[in-house]
Design a protein around this ligand. Structure first.
Ligand code: APR
Length: 332
């Protein structure tokens, strides 16, 4: 193990030596000016100024859920846990309207990402956010690593529906059940009922026929249906215990060969696999971290601590760039 550790340590030390000169605001400005294939890794911190709380700050969603105690959760993260959702979907649906992206508008950070794309410098924005404000800002090269409310799927038959289909249920705090499942079940019941009728008739005519012994109650277990209730429809946001969409790995596998600057904005980098993007990017690629609070488990080359909107606005001013004003927001 020791030789391996030495190799890893020497690689890190070599990288740090090569990039050791990178530490200041001016270095960040020079990098932003000269880089052509920038990956932006963003989190909830770029949407707080839009009125959407982040998760782990003292005023974040998890603190609110803990303080309110309204949902009787063992842990606030349970609200986004797939096992808990399967058991008690009504808890998430009693809460979801608080995070449903209905009347929010992009922040200067979202519009800055759009500016980078318009300048041809954005390779891709990997966002952990589910608020789709990147789309609203007109960003096209965005990967919603943790999904979004744009679509929703049945946990049972996997039928996918447009997000607005379940919006009335979210606003009414009701659990949406799958119409496709229900149709399949009803069709299955109908088939079995018709079979029973036919069996009765043929029996009456003296023809020996395997008596279909199923009763109405058992018909809900008809072969076409397989029993149980219609599936629950869940927004296509990634819950704890669910894998990310394969698109994440595919994009990262491709982008890691092209990226020339990684900018991390508004995230505590606490949730894998997105937090591990930093380890998949070649050590030669400089990393800029823009956040209100420091992180201690990773060592980006340049850390700009403060309000993200203010920092990206300052950087743009120094570069002679103009962040599009809110009125220029492109609605999809
Ligand atoms: N400017 C800069 N940074 C900010 C601002 C701001 N205005 N507001 C908050 N932040 C910082 C916080 O200090 C915090 O470090 O943004 C970070 C947000 O971290 P989290 O709340 O942990 O959110 P995020 O990193 O996006 O969470 C990742 O966790 O629960 C899951 O699926 C959920 O996508 C989410 C994932």
């Amino acid at each position: 193990l020791l030789p391996f550790a030495n190799v890893a340590l020497s690689r890190v030390l070599r990288r740090r030596k090569r990039l050791a000169h990178l530490s200041s605001l001016q270095d960040a400005i020079n990098l932003l000016r000269d880089s052509k294939r920038i990956i932006i890794l963003s989190g909830a911190g770029i949407s707080t100024s839009c009125g959407i709380p982040d998760f782990r700050s003292s005023t974040g969603l998890y603190a609110q859920l803990q303080d309110e105690g309204e949902y009787e959760l063992d842990d606030p993260q349970q609200m986004f846990d797939i096992r808990y959702f399967r058991e008690r979907p009504e808890v998430f649906y009693s809460f979801a309207k608080q995070i449903y992206p209905s009347n929010f508008f992009p922040s200067p950070c979202h519009r800055w990402i759009k500016l980078l794309e318009d300048r041809g410098q954005l390779l891709r924005n990997y966002t952990q956010n589910i608020d789709t404000l990147e789309n609203l800002a007109g960003v096209t090269k965005v990967l919603q690593c943790h999904g979004s409310f744009s679509t929703a799927s049945c946990l049972r038959c996997k039928t996918r529906v447009p997000g607005p289909t379940i919006e009335p249920y979210i606003m009414a705090q009701k659990v949406p059940y799958c119409g496709t499942c229900r149709e399949t079940r009803d069709r299955g019941l109908e088939i079995r009922r018709a079979r029973k009728e036919a069996a009765k008739k043929s029996k009456l005519k003296g023809k020996a026929k395997e008596w279909d012994s199923g009763s109405e109650e058992e018909d809900s277990d008809g072969s076409e249906w397989g029993g149980g209730e219609p599936g629950i429809i869940k927004p296509d946001i990634t819950f704890f215990g669910q894998a990310l969409d394969s698109e994440f790995d595919q994009c990262l596998f491709k982008d890691r060969e092209e990226v020339d600057l990684l900018v991390i904005i508004g995230t505590s980098l606490k949730v894998a696999p997105v937090s591990e993007v930093l380890t998949h990017i070649p050590h030669s690629v400089p990393q800029i971290f823009i956040n209100l609070t420091p992180v201690h488990h990773v060592q980006p080359d340049i850390c700009l601590l403060g309000d993200a909107d203010s920092i990206v606005t300052y950087l743009s001013t120094q570069l002679g760039w103009t962040i599009p004003p809110p009125s220029v927001v492109v609605h999809p």
